[in-house]
Every structure is written in C-alpha cells, then in structure tokens.
Design a protein around this ligand. Structure first.
Ligand SMILES: Cc1ncc(COP(=O)(O)O)c(C=O)c1O
Length: 445
C-alpha cells in the first residue's frame, strides 16, 4: 500500500517511520474502511496518534467510477476527531516537534491540509501523479511561464483565453520569452513555427469563445518531436470529459474557478502533471512566489468537486438542447457547439473527449443592437463574464472578455459583435428554452 502526505509524495515504510513516531499506531478512517499502515498491529488500532494527524491514503483504486472518486479521492480526516468532512484549517503555521524536523505541514504557503485534499483529488481525477493548486487559473499560467528561461519560445493556440494572451504578449515578453500564435485546428499548421528554442506549446481545447478544437494527440507528437512540452488548458471540459495527459500532454491546467468548483464563489487554479521534475519546480514556484489558494477556497473547491460528475452530465444535456434549439431558430446565424454534427470538428470531439461539455457560442442575425435587446429581455440567463457555475450565463466576448484584443485579431478569430458565449447551467431545460425563446422574440420582433 502506498501512503502519501497529501501532496503526492509517496512514503515507503522507512520514510513513514520518520514521518510517524515509531511508537505511534496509525489508523486512517476512510469510508467504511479502517486502514492500518506502517505495520501497526491490528489489535492496537484504537491507539491512534499521528505525527501529523492529517494523512491521506492513495490506494483508491482508479478503476472506481469518476463520480465515486470525485467524492472520495484525497479525503483526509483528522484522526483525533474523525469528522466525515474535513475541517477548514485556518492556522498559518504548525507545531514543529523538534528543530530540523519537517512535519507534513509547517507553514500554510508551503502546504495546507485543505489544499492537499483538493490537489490529491484532482490529480486522481486527471489520472495523474501530481497536482499543485494556485490562487487562480492565471497564477497557474504565470507559474508555468516561470518554468521557462529568458530566450525561450512558446507556441500558443491563436484563439486562447484573453488573459493567457496578455500574459504571453505583455508580461512574459518582458522577460525575453517570445510567443507565436497559431491556428491549430489543423495540427500540421504548427510544424513550421517550431524553433530550436521552442520549449512550450500551449493549447486550449475547446477554445474560448469560438469553440475550436485541437487534436491533442497530434499536437503532442509534433511537440515532443521538437523536444518541447505540451500544456493543455482543460478548463472547459474538466477531467470528466477530457484527460489530456492520457493523450500525450505534459501539463494540464484548470481555472478551477469554473467547473471544478462549479458554484461561482471560488477563484483557484490547478496544474496537473505526471512529470516529477515539473512538479517539483511548480512546488518551488508555489512556495516561493506564493500565489496559493486560501484554506477556505480549497475547502469550497473540494466540496464543489464532489458533484462534478453530476453537474457535467447536466450541463451537457442542457447545452445540447440549447444548441439544437438555437440552431433551428431563424434569428440565429450560426451555433458553435462540438456536440452538433454541424461543428466542423465534431469527429475530433467524439474521438478525444468523453462528452461535449456545457459551453457554446452563437452568432445572432442582425447587429449589436439586436444583441443588446436580446440580452435585456433575458430573465433566467445572467449577463456575466465567468463560466462553469450551476447558473446559466451569457456574455458578448467582443464587448466584454475579449474587448482588449486588437480589433483585427478579434475579427480574424471570428469574434464579431454579434457572437455570444453561453455557459449553460443546470436549471430546468424548459425554463432555459423559454427564456431564450422569449428574448429572441423581443430582439427580432
Ligand atoms: C480557459 C480559461 N483559462 C484560464 C482562465 C483564467 O482563470 P482565472 O480567472 O481563474 O484566473 C480563464 C478565465 O476565464 C479561462 O476561461
């Protein structure tokens, strides 16, 4: 049996003897199981005392279903009191038993029980070894840029989240990290852009907001042939619908602010990898740069994660119904949803995803005035910038999330003034369709 300290580091019996006082017996409460570790005699299992009273076990079989693992993976308990839900550990510092010893938790910027739980759980769901939680998706992006050296080059999908574009073009560039933006809808497009100093390829699939897809396995092959690393931003699909590491990616990132938490009340980012060297560097950046989530946010995100499977199924069912409704409506010019047969990359979606997700975008016929009157008439959908919460949201990228892009660049990507991005929530589908129908009736009366 493997035991982790909740941050992915495994301990064998010898290391455990160091972590756990030799006289102590450890019992970990886990749903319906009591697990004895470090050779503790069974009859003494009531003699519970941990060097660090928080330990997690990593022997959750990954053969168990996603929904089961979303609830149980990484669950730790405070063995002294045994609550089923972990407490929120607000303390910034921890008792050090003796100078020079290093218990699992020393200082909350380095690590924290609530952070460990969400990190372990998301690593499990992405079928990965390691995960690091950051204070936002953007701080993951910044941390990954910190893996690079001055003089390195990044190739990035051209239709990337606007904040990532800003980090590459306005922040990383100041540190002599150059970037090239490429339409990756045809994987071979990337090949001429590799340079001897290309160290990272950054993919977001589906893209935000035009829902273009990138063939991850094909891009991974080109990337590795050129000795670079592949990162996939998996925010839109979550591990429930897409596992980029299994398709060849080296790092997966999430804005956990979105579906992972799912309730629009936490800002958090996650970086996931199987590469120990990358993980150790990310931990070093996490600890020293300090862009880490609070214990409260980590707790909330772990709570939200428990229903990820349920939510993603409901998001997808509703999104498909909304996409089909919009596609059939005379006031709608075009709908972009990978689940529609009309999506130009529907076949890639079927091949590399386990579902189509809850995000879509569509172009309204007419002008921005039609868009404004449509938005003003909505009653259930909320005009707001973020996505991935249980509530349905709509936004106008050209005027909101992507307003900072140069107009030429924006239009070349297809982000016109009449394009709207929809995060389809989990409300009753009849209410969503009624709301869209009523608003389209007003805008195109
Ligand atoms: C695809 C994608 N990646 C990254 C981010 C940045 O995440 P955060 O807002 O958590 O910093 C966002 C935010 O909208 C996003 O949509």
């Amino acid at each position: 049996m493997k035991v982790t300290d909740g941050r992915g580091f495994n301990f064998d019996d010898f290391q455990l003897a160091y972590k756990i006082r030799s006289s102590d017996f450890v019992r970990i409460f886990f749903p319906s199981v009591s697990v004895l570790i470090a050779g503790s005699p069974k009859e003494d299992c009531h003699n519970v005392s941990l060097y660090s009273s928080y330990l997690s076990i990593s022997n959750m079989p990954r053969t168990q279903g996603f929904g089961t693992r979303a609830i149980h993976a990484g669950r730790e308990t405070d063995a002294s009191t045994g609550p089923v839900m972990p407490p929120i550990t607000l303390s910034t510092n921890y008792v050090i038993p003796a100078p020079g010893t290093h218990p699992t938790y020393e200082y909350t910027r380095d690590s924290n029980p609530n952070r460990s739980i969400i990190e372990t759980a998301v690593a499990d769901l992405e079928k990965a070894k390691y995960c690091c939680a950051f204070s936002s998706g953007s701080s993951v992006t910044a941390a990954v840029m910190n893996l690079l050296d001055a003089g390195d080059h990044v190739i990035c999908v051209n239709d990337v989240y606007a904040g990532t574009h800003n980090i590459l073009t306005k922040i990383a560039s100041k540190h002599q990290i150059a970037s090239t933006f490429v339409d990756m809808s045809v994987p071979e497009n990337i090949v001429p852009h590799f340079k001897p100093n290309t160290k990272l390829v950054w993919v977001e699939t589906p893209t935000n907001p035009t829902m273009r897809l990138t063939d991850i396995a094909a891009i991974a092959k080109h990337t590795h042939d050129h000795g670079a690393l592949l990162l996939v931003d998996n925010t839109f699909l979550t591990p429930y619908f897409q596992n980029p590491l299994s398709l060849g990616a080296d790092i997966v990132m999430h804005s956990a602010t979105k579906y992972i938490n799912g309730h629009s009340d936490v800002l958090m980012g996650l970086a996931v990898t199987n590469d120990e060297a990358i993980y150790k560097q990310l931990v070093f950046i996490q600890i020293n740069v300090g862009g880490v989530p609070s214990p409260f946010d980590a707790y909330l995100a772990r709570r939200g994660l428990m229903t990820l499977a349920l939510r993603m199924k409901a998001h997808e069912t509703n999104a498909m119904a909304v996409a089909q409704y919009l596609e059939s409506h005379p006031a709608v010019d075009q709908v972009f949803y990978p689940g529609l047969v009309s999506h130009p990359q529907h076949e890639i979606a079927k091949r590399q995803q386990h579902g189509f997700g809850g995000m879509l975008s569509f172009k309204l016929k007419g002008s921005v005035d039609h868009v404004r009157s449509f938005l003003a008439a909505l009653k259930v959908f909320t005009l707001a910038e973020s996505l991935g919460g249980v509530e349905s949201l709509v936004e106008v990228p050209a005027l909101m999330t992507h307003a900072g892009l140069e107009e030429d660049h924006r239009l070349a990507l297809g982000i016109t003034d009449t394009l709207m991005r929809v995060s389809v929530g989990v409300e009753d589908i009849d209410d969503l369709i009624d709301d869209l129908s009523g608003a389209l009736g007003v805008s195109h009366a």
